[in-house]
Design a binder for this molecule. Structure first.
Ligand code: NAI
Ligand code: MG
Length: 497
């Protein structure tokens, strides 16, 4: 198997990678699409196309759903849980055996630093390992009825599940949806983002190599309009897991309403990191740098608002600025501290936020400009940026920018910090830095968010349920809770006399 170095050398010499698949993955093979249309995928670090992939249609979506329906009814729904577990365990092993390929492809296609892509791929393997262990523990309940009755429940798989995947965490989001769905006995039709189609296809092939029967996991590539929308409207789909923007999330929810299809929505965020004066400053500085600059801030759960107690504001922000200025920017494959953003359109959107803020007289403490890879003068980069002392109602405190831009909000005290933290349409996650145990947990209870990190941003793993409140969506992924989305409880009561 080609090593990281071989793959990078191949890309440098040929401008592409020979291991990239073409076609949809339907019925266990890379299949011919209904029309021979392809589109380009870009390397954001160079701002140039590096490969083509299939631009699917509603006919391809239909073929995938039909295949998944058949596989659900004939081979997967009733497969012994232990056998499902063995396939998922093998999948985790094969993901790790293909670590270098998956990580290089992920880095190239999304722009993210290679070391982060390696972490994502290891995380995907861990997700399959975790849910492999859950397959044979989906126990029902029994109910205390009168002596001549018996009552119990079973968890049935919901059926064919659609997974609409964004470009910021392509393999992680795919794994986070596929693994619990498959563990529960559901089949999968996935539609990766058109900016990052490749790792979902590679993952489907790995599942097949691990022994997953044909049709249990299908992947169709193409645009949101041509393939995402038909998938969410398809009457053969029983459940939709969507991760992406609020706007598209609403469209998905409306499409789902027509057939009363189940949905889980993981949408945007504008997550606060509350830093109180009594915190461990070093710990908080490290946490915030990762919270906003990892994946160039393109994380739904990024810590994009620093809510800082007034007494340490000036000193803390100047320490952050110093660290931010030192960040090494570069192409994802060069393992920089900050990579490019995913597309030219997205770069323009980020720059628009900052240009408008400058017009309003915002205090840009560091950064604030579009830039390029210093090594090549190419690529879609935005300088790591901190905007200081932003009012609560400002667009920078309210809207998701999804880039390397930290908004600083100054709080008088812990109560004011809580008020600022909750003054937002989103409620995905929140961070808290304080050495006061009681205060940390009081805040954790009062902040309106689906997940709270105390003294380490992004603490926790696949074991911990994840999902949003307010406009960040609803439903939970990860953890045992994440399995419930893919199950429907059936209660059975019988008279036995
Ligand atoms: P998007 O929500 O439009 O795209 C996400 C996925 O939905 C992609 O696979 C896309 O092809 C698909 N899609 C698009 N239109 C669809 C439709 N009508 N029906 C079904 N599927 C459809 O997000 P986009 O345009 O890539 O990014 C826009 C903004 O969304 C970003 O700037 C960011 O603020 C936010 N975003 C949030 C993410 C998160 O993790 N919560 C991930 C990606 C984007
Ligand atoms: Mg790409």
């Amino acid at each position: 198997m080609a090593s990281q170095q071989d793959l990078i050398a191949e890309y440098e010499t040929t401008g592409t990678l020979s291991a990239l698949p073409l076609g949809h993955f339907i019925d266990g093979v890379f299949s011919q699409p209904s029309h021979n249309r392809t589109m380009e995928s870009f390397d954001p670090g160079k701002g140039a196309a590096f490969a083509r992939f299939t631009a699917g249609t509603s006919e391809d979506v239909d073929a995938a759903v039909v295949s998944s329906r058949k596989a659900f009814e004939t081979v997967w729904r009733d497969k012994a849980p232990v056998e499902r577990a063995r396939i998922l365990t093998k999948t985790a092993e094969l993901i790790l055996a293909n670590l270098d390929l998956l990580a290089v492809v992920e880095s190239l296609d999304s722009g993210k630093p290679l070391q982060e892509a390696l972490g994502d791929v290891r995380g995907a393997a861990r997700t399959f390992e975790y849910y492999a262990g859950a397959c044979d523990k989906l126990q029902g309940d029994s109910f205390p009825l009168a002596g001549d009755y018996i009552g119990y429940s079973i968890h049935e798989p919901v059926g064919v599940t659609a997974h609409i995947i964004p470009w910021n965490f392509p393999i992680s989001t795919a794994a986070r949806g596929f693994a619990p769905a498959l563990a529960a006995g559901c089949t999968v039709v996935a539609k990766p983002a058109e900016q990052t189609p490749f790792t979902a296809l590679l993952l489907a092939k790995i599942l097949s190599d691990a022994g997953l029967p044909d049709g249990v996991c299908n992947v169709v590539t193409g645009t949101g309009v041509d393939t995402g929308a038909p998938l969410t409207q398809h009457p053969g789909v029983d459940h939709i897991t969507f991760t992406g923007s609020v706007q598209t999330g609403k469209a998905v929810m409306k499409a789902a309403a027509d057939d009363v299809t189940r949905v889980v929505l993981e949408l945007g965020g504008k997550s606060p990191v509350v830093v109180l004066a009594d915190c461990d400053k070093e710990q908080a500085l490290n946490g915030i740098m990762g919270a906003i600059f990892e994946n160039a801030g393109q994380i739904c759960s990024a810590g994009s608002r620093l809510v800082i107690e007034k007494s340490i504001h000036v000193e803390f922000v100047s320490a952050l600025v110093k660290r931010t200025k030192a960040l090494k920017i570069g192409h994802g494959l060069s393992q920089p501290e900050l990579g490019p953003v995913n597309s030219a359109e997205h770069l323009e959107k980020i720059a628009g936020f900052i240009d408008r803020a400058k017009d309003r007289g915002a205090k840009i403490a560091v950064g604030g400009n579009v830039t390029t890879d210093p090594a090549t003068g190419k690529g879609w980069f935005f300088e790591p940026t901190i905007v200081d002392a932003v009012p609560a109602k400002d667009e920078l405190s309210q809207e998701e920018i999804f880039g390397p831009v930290l908004t600083v909000q100054v709080a008088d005290d812990a109560d004011h910090a809580l008020e600022l933290a909750n003054d937002c349409q989103y409620g995905l996650v929140a961070g808290i830095y304080t050495s006061n145990f009681a205060k940390a947990h009081q805040l954790a209870r009062k902040i309106d968010a689906g997940q709270i990190y105390i003294n380490e941003y992004f603490a926790g793993g696949i074991e911990v349920p994840f999902g949003g409140n307010k406009k960040s969506g609803f439903g939970r992924e990860k953890g045992i809770e994440g399995l419930k989305s893919y199950c429907k409880t059936k209660s059975i009561a019988a008279k036995i006399s």
